[in-house]
Design a protein around this ligand. Structure first.
Ligand code: NAP
Length: 435
């Protein structure tokens, strides 16, 4: 029998478990350990609440979770309740599928003023992550600045713009919906340190900005390269840039009815955030591109008045004591997923925060191939009973998948009209509902 512990119950964790089932059939026992009492990681806490069709992939993970040889072990923190060393003593392979839940740091003066948030915190707040339920972002100002030209910047801009009615059918948590409804926002400026041809935004997500009830996107024609240059882009990027061109052509008359303008400010690198005890403005420097398409400052700076700054500049994997880490890239040091003998990483923890949810599927299958090659038939480790004995001795209250199903049932039962669920945002409430 082979015993595998997977740390993290997001997409990378469940695809790895699925791969292990396929590879080893009945000859494997997989424990998926998560620090939270609820599964699915990024699907629950990262994917935007108004993108329910993407969240539906959790149905596939549930099939894996409900089989005999895979087990969800929730409410167990690796590094506190059990160490990596202990897990390595109990399992043939330990696979870190911990994702990249921490923000890449916005390293500019004033970056820690009240009113500056990383996207992990802001997204976590509207998605009901227990760590960020008490965030209380100030939405009483007229102008919000968003830093970054990726899909998370788009998610944040869209969520800040939607009306209550547009959130129908979403599972945005009520504490966020209620505050967003009273928001005074009139302008959202998305800052890109490079140009329209260097965005990391995908066409579907960009296109959504053109169909908002009370907001409309604004692009300055002068920022766009010659149309002919779009031919050099790969097809997805070309579509994205076509959306930007459409935004630049929106007539002023159309804007008159809209309360919120979503401004794309390209070639604008953040220099510092200023304010008296809280955010009042962000100072940016005009940039240009060098031959390698990197942004270079021109020395010209200007200030954008704003009361909140949300930095959407990418994520990083939290390090774990004793596990080799690649600081520059914010992920575990690994060679094709192998960290140390018996210790592996997969998904964003392996390659950094890039790609779609589906990218984690081949990643999961590849890591299980490596595990299979390394562990053979297994080494007589104890696996599950050993972990259970250890956690019981330490008084850790484990949340099982069947407990999660009760939590889910309770969340569905207390949903707003038209919403799929109302998430619990406190760990104690989750545990109480699962008990
Ligand atoms: P991302 O795609 O890596 O974009 C990060 C952006 O931040 C880039 O535009 C980058 O600009 C900019 N940036 C980085 N450091 C900066 C700095 N110091 N100052 C100013 N700008 C800076 O990251 P993300 O938006 O967090 O997305 C993470 C992953 O999740 C991506 O693969 C994304 O596609 C995926 N995602 C997908 C969806 C969806 O499909 N609906 C939704 C959300 C997220 P440079 O290019 O100049 O470095």
């Amino acid at each position: 029998m082979r015993h595998i512990a997977i740390i993290g119950s997001g997409p990378a964790g469940y695809y790895s478990a699925e791969a292990a089932q396929k590879k080893f059939g009945e000859d494997v026992r997989v424990d998926i350990i998560d620090r939270l009492p609820v599964p699915f990681g990024l699907i629950r806490f990262g994917v935007a609440p108004d993108h329910q069709s993407i969240k539906a992939v959790s149905g596939r993970y549930e099939k894996v979770a409900l089989s005999e040889n895979v087990r969800f072990v929730g409410n167990v923190t690796v590094g506190k309740d059990v160490s990596i060393d202990e897990l390595q003593g109990l399992y043939d392979a330990v696979v870190l599928a911990t994702g990249a839940p921490d923000d890449r740091k916005l390293d500019i003066p004033g970056g820690d003023l009240p009113g500056v948030y990383g996207s992990a915190a802001f997204v976590g707040w509207y998605n009901g992550h227990p760590d960020f339920a008490d965030l209380e972002p100030p939405l009483d100002g007229k102008h919000v600045a968003i830093i970054g030209n990726g899909n998370v910047a788009l998610d944040v801009a869209r969520i800040l713009s939607k009306t209550r009615a547009e959130f129908g059918g979403s599972d945005i948590v009520s504490h966020a919906l209620d505050v967003l409804e009273t928001s005074a926002t009139e302008e959202i400026t998305i800052l890109g340190r490079r140009g329209p041809h260097q965005i990391a935004m995908t066409p579907k997500e960009l296109g959504e900005l053109a169909h908002l009830d009370r907001a409309t996107p604004r692009v300055d024609k002068l920022d766009l390269p010659e149309v002919g240059e779009d031919a050099l882009l790969e097809p997805g990027m070309r579509k994205s840039v076509t959306h930007l061109r459409e935004f630049a052509a929106i007539p002023e008359a159309y804007r008159a009815d809209k309360q919120i303008s979503i401004n794309f400010d390209f070639f604008a690198a953040p220099v510092r955030v200023e304010g008296d005890g809280k955010v009042e403005r962000i100072v940016v420097e005009r940039t240009k591109l060098d031959e390698q398409l990197r942004s270079v400052g021109t020395g010209e700076t200007y200030a954008i008045p704003c009361s909140m700054v949300i930095s959407c500049i990418g994520y990083q994997t939290p390090s774990i004591e004793g596990v080799p880490y690649e600081h520059g890239r914010g992920r575990f040091a690994n060679v094709e997923g192998r960290i140390l003998p018996g210790l592996y990483c997969v998904g964003w923890a392996r390659r950094g925060p890039s790609g779609t949810i589906g990218t984690n599927r081949p990643d999961g299958y590849t890591i299980i191939d490596a595990v299979a090659e390394d562990i053979g038939e297994g080494d007589g480790k104890t696996g599950r009973p050993g972990l259970d004995a250890l956690l019981e001795k330490r008084g850790v209250q484990v949340v099982k998948f069947s407990d999660w199903k009760k939590i889910e049932e309770a969340e569905i039962a207390r949903a707003r009209d038209g919403a799929p669920r109302e998430k619990f945002v406190r760990i104690e409430d989750m545990i109480a509902a699962g008990g």
